[in-house]
Design a protein. Sequence first.
Length: 124
Amino acid sequence: MIDFNNSSVFKLSEWNPAEVAPEVMPMLVQGEELLAAFKGVRDYVVFTNKRLIAVNVQGLTGKKRDYTSLPYARVQAFSVETAGTFDLDAELDLWFSGLGKVRLEFKGKVDVRALSRLIGSYVL
């Protein structure tokens, strides 16, 4: 499982979901849709209409991968922090029952309010 306490893993930029679709689609259940994707240096995160999937690319070649599925049904609370003038990173904090807090940091012009709306539509 990904070490969610190591925030450097999740300095994420917006990524085209079509690029990750061939790898993630076989994992999706009936009725589940890929909505958004964000990529770090090697790792990435995808948002579906049912869960968040964090992918930890491992090993020298990057062929080994750890997939962590975080269902929205387990989200107890969430918080977003937008980027500022000097702090250019935006953050999304999610508190999962049985796991604790997961923090995702986004660089660039990621609209975390849209992510908040997306998560809220499935959690609330």
